[in-house]
Design a binder for this molecule. Sequence first.
Ligand code: THU
Length: 127
Amino acid sequence: MTADELFNQAQKAASQAYAPYSRFQVGCALFTEKGALFTGCNVENASYGLTICAERNAVFHAVAVEGPGMKIATLAVVALGQAFPPCGACRQVIAEFAAPETSVWFLREGKPVSLTMAELLPECFRI
Ligand code: THU
């Protein structure tokens, strides 16, 4: 799958977001090493802290289907009308299922860019 296709899937997922509080619709698409595509959107809650980000929804969905051996081959995150990389909490969760050289795509000033997991989260906490 190309980065373009991954972004299209992430955009589709973003349109499903439940974001009545922030109005920030975020979507994530990832491709596993087994070759399957998983997507997720952010789901907010009236008790704001219970909100879950798009990236974590996509990763947890992938684990629920493929099991604990799930490995992320590549991942993209987009927000409708916004551009940003994954938040810190999601970087830590993505890193759990990715290699340091795994590419993570996002929009910077409207343009797709990719960084490796090691660049996004150097000195990653692992046990
Ligand atoms: N959000 C994500 O889905 N992913 C991120 O990486 C950053 C933030 C969501 C959470 C919340 O619903 C909204 O964006 C505003 O923070």
